[in-house]
Design a protein around this ligand. Sequence first.
Ligand code: HEM
Length: 411
Amino acid sequence: MPDNAAFSRKYAFFALLILALAGSAGSFLRFGLVYGIPPGWGQFHNIIHAHSHTMFGWTILALMTLIWQRLPAYTGRPLPRGVRWQMAATLTFSLLQLAAFWPNGYGVTRIGSAELPLGAISAGLAGLTWFWFMALYWRATRDMTQQPHAMKLWNWAIVLLFIASMGAMAEPGLMAMSIENNFIKHLFLHLFLDLFTTGWLLLATFGAIIAYLEDRGSMVDLPSAKLLALFILPTFLLGMSPDLLQSWLFWVASAANLVVASLVAIYLYRFYLRRDDLPLLVKFGLLGLLVQIGSALLMIIPGVWAWGAGTLRIFYLHDMLLLWTSSALLGLLIARFGNLKSAWRSWTEWLWMGGVGVMWLALLLGGFVQWLPLSGRSLLTIAAWASVFIVLAAFMALRSFMPFDKCRATE
Ligand code: HEM
């Protein structure tokens, strides 16, 4: 194993711990949707903030771990000084958001005589560690003239993360300037949420998959990272509420989305050709991208976008964030740093796929409930119980990375 193996295993463990804890909050919410949140346990919308912000911490820490692990081999130099502190800060502030958002969301919490917006402060601090990561990455790679494809994808992923972070930073700015314009507020919200999800996460995870595959044989004829990133840029508009978006903007974003879908389809085909080299959970995650391609096509049928944005928003978000990104990242972390040949690992993977698959299906069917012989409540109950299996799998996966300094070859 390379020198930074123990470092990578430690952060793979902590990233997964965040997934398990934020997943527990998500599972609690799922049961809350069926039975209500027990009195004294907090309010639904505040816990959603706690869940979603912390989950972003899982994906970003997992990707940073994969990128930092691979970079020295590409640059031929050790990691820049400061990476260890940056990773510790990203971990701390990602986790802090769970506790900080839970009681009052973006509102203020009284601590002694002070009233502090704990959620906003913790999210701001977590965001600052993302900028720190971007600066360190730029320092490590700036003078490289020849870059492998994985790095080109990471470069553009980081550009999109930078733009998405600007969207997140705009929120307190708008509040300070007392700007109440609904269009502008939603514009910045989706600049963050959608560019983070379909921009940064997509490109960075593609880069991590390609870095993994290239260790086992070179990859050719991959679509340009720059082209993919540039066409992704306007697609965040499609996340906005249909009544806020003028039709010409919808058509610009839809046309760009079709190009993105075609480029993603080419990547998918290239990965399919290398399916024997891919970890099982990465293959499972790639199924989630088929939804992205399908929805890009369906969206141009009149009325479908407006209907889907209302009824399938949570399904689409979890298709991209849970089925696709989280499965792929979990698969890569286990394959790169986890213990090999473990029966425990196999149980973990199947439990994950079963839980995610059933929850995915229940959320999808929820959009069509009026035509089904099932009630909405039954589907919510199925989704809630499926989420227990996902969380269990995340806790079980933690064992793959222990002890940090040694990889057990067999169990
Ligand atoms: C164990 C797996 C998960 C469970 C059980 C879960 C559960 C939930 C629930 C119940 C909601 C609120 C749904 C509603 O309002 O109807 C939600 C929203 C959300 N979740 Fe998850 N989730 C999971 C995984 C993830 C992952 C992996 C991510 C991101 C990486 C994520 C990000 C989000 C976001 C962004 C929202 C929407 C927040 C908003 O409406 O502003 N979730 N989740």
